[in-house]
Design a protein around this ligand. Structure first.
Ligand SMILES: Cc1cc2nc3c(=O)[nH]c(=O)nc-3n(C[C@H](O)[C@H](O)[C@H](O)COP(=O)(O)OP(=O)(O)OC[C@H]3O[C@@H](n4cnc5c(N)ncnc54)[C@H](O)[C@@H]3O)c2cc1C
Length: 482
């Protein structure tokens, strides 16, 4: 770390306005969600002096929402993302904050973590590897030269800082850094549709016994067996019984089934595709609920539009909580336990990279020689809040994500990880899951640190076979029968 340096600014050809300080690292990771946390841990583990910059007050991003962490297992229940992800889960488990693996008996297997424990688990693992972890700090500008990213501008309350690094990783979810640096990006498709925004919430004191009996006895109200691989010849009633036998509140009430559909028709509930319930804490008998939707093609990049939708989402939260307390066995004595830290944004920029993964490849469980992590969640595109595209991955298996999806086309020393990686809109419906964000983060962090170690200025100099060897040594799953 060095202090404000006139020489540094002169070397970049910049005349700084006001007071700036200067930081310098081997690897700088922007955005502290699943992808950024995964990237920073991996880069530091691989030996790079690493800094992680996060705009918010906690590390974890959507990992703190309480939602199930999807895409770490395939539909057959095989682990397809391990490595850094597993290390974070192990930390949660130590603090009694891990539940899983669980099957939803609809399409996927997933794990659940207590989001309050997750806050501490993530911070502990970052500090174990000596990552410089900076909160309350937004990247608001970049300095580029000859196709390389030289520095990003950090904006804090009391000052601005130039952060220079040999390699950068954009894990901002929205691809902010890559876009500011001039990388090509796509948003939506020709129709301009954007996935709805939602607000997660939690309820505690939920009694599993009565809830699961209700589930077992009301199969027609559930979304179950949506792929042949999961259904495996079973009836809806048998799948509802399987949820009951699993013993955890992993429940999807269909918007067009008698229980939720009836409430929508009566005007007791707003129109929505599903109420999804997943466990967050055994100790607090707590679940996370995903039901709310504002589907007006709102851009997650526009704070004014997102802010306008927030009160609507909060009303929907309260209506759903009241509906469950009044109508759903197990919720009679439950209490509202809290909102996710922020409105959830499903879709913004996809940064166009050296390889663009397509929905067709993902759905077909296509394998790729340049694989650096895998994906397995169905293609999940929420449309107007009521309709939803859900395309299972072939045979309950997994598809490969190639290294080229992390390399933005026009910049030599920047990788992207997480929701903003290079895919078409359909593939983004599956690569946006937290399992894939942890996996692409892990790969990006290791790759960036290896480039620093080898003295490569351009990430394209890195041999993918060497990166794959390193990732396997760090526990990543790149092959097998998955
Ligand atoms: C409503 C909803 C439901 C979902 N359901 C599920 C589910 O059930 N299971 C599942 O696995 N996935 C689910 N997803 C998808 C998944 O949660 C996200 O796509 C994923 O977590 C994105 O991870 P990320 O690390 O790329 O980004 P994020 O988790 O968004 O993290 C990005 C971080 O970067 C920070 N940041 C952004 N810009 C800047 C900047 N300029 N400077 C500094 N910091 C910045 C942000 O504050 C944030 O903390 C859901 C998403 C939504 C919105």
């Amino acid at each position: 770390m060095v202090d404000s340096s006139a020489r540094f600014f002169r070397s970049k050809g910049i005349a700084p306005m006001g007071s700036f300080t200067h930081l310098d690292y081997d690897v700088a990771v922007i955005g502290g969600g699943a992808a950024g946390v995964g990237a920073a841990i991996a880069a530091a583990k691989t030996g790079a002096r690493t800094i992680l910059v996060e705009a918010g007050p906690m590390f974890g991003g959507e990992l703190l929402s309480g939602m199930s962490i999807d895409g770490v297992l395939n539909g057959r229940g095989e682990w397809i993302v391990r490595g850094v992800a597993e290390e974070i889960f192990a930390e949660c488990r130590k603090m009694d904050g891990f539940i899983g693996p669980l099957h939803d008996f609809r399409l996927i297997c997933y794990v659940c973590c207590d989001p309050e424990v997750m806050k501490i688990a993530v911070a502990r693992v970052l500090s174990r590897y000596g990552v410089t972890a900076v909160l309350y700090t937004q990247v608001t500008d970049v300095v580029t030269k000859d196709g390389a990213l030289k520095a990003v501008v950090l904006t804090h309350k009391d000052q601005r800082t130039f952060l220079s690094a040999r390699h950068f990783i954009d894990a901002s979810g929205d691809g902010d850094v890559a876009a500011m640096a001039g990388a090509p990006a796509e948003i939506s498709d020709a129709k301009g549709e954007l996935q709805p925004i939602s607000l997660m919430f939690r309820m505690s004191g939920v009694e599993n016994g009565p809830l699961l009996e209700f589930v077992r006895d009301n199969a027609t109200s559930l979304a179950v067996g949506e792929s042949e691989a999961v259904r495996a010849g079973r009836t809806d009633e048998e799948l509802a019984k399987a949820i009951y036998d699993q013993g955890q509140p992993t429940v999807f009430f269909r918007g067009n089934g008698p229980f939720l559909g009836g409430a929508i028709q009566r005007g007791e509930m707003f129109p929505t595709a599903l109420i999804m319930i997943m466990p967050t804490s055994r100790a607090r008998k707590e679940v996370c609920v995903n039901a709310t939707r504002v589907a007006e093609n709102i851009s997650g990049l526009n704070a004014l539009d997102v802010s306008r939708a927030a009160p609507v989402l909060m009303d929907q939260v309260w209506r759903t909580a009241e509906f469950l307390k009044k109508n759903c066995p197990g919720f009679e004595n439950a209490s509202f336990a809290g909102l996710a830290p922020r409105v959830g944004i499903r879709e913004t920029r996809r940064i166009m990279g050296e390889y663009v993964l397509t929905g067709e490849e993902a759905g077909a469980a296509r394998k790729h020689p340049d694989v650096i992590t895998k994906g397995a969640h169905h293609i999940d595109i929420h449309q107007d809040g009521i309709r939803q595209v859900r395309i299972p991955i072939a045979n309950g298996g997994s598809y490969d994500i190639p290294f080229g999806c992390l390399i933005p086309k026009t910049i030599s020393n920047l990788l992207v990880a997480g929701r903003c990686i290079s895919t078409d809109r359909i593939a983004n419906g599956t690569t946006r899951m937290m399992g894939q964000c942890l996996g692409t983060g892990h790969a990006a962090g290791t790759a960036a640190a290896m480039c620093v170690d080898a003295g490569y200025d351009d990430v394209r100099q890195l041999r993918v076979a060497g990166l794959q060897d390193a990732l396997r040594r760090q526990g990543a799953v790149l092959g097998g029968t998955h």
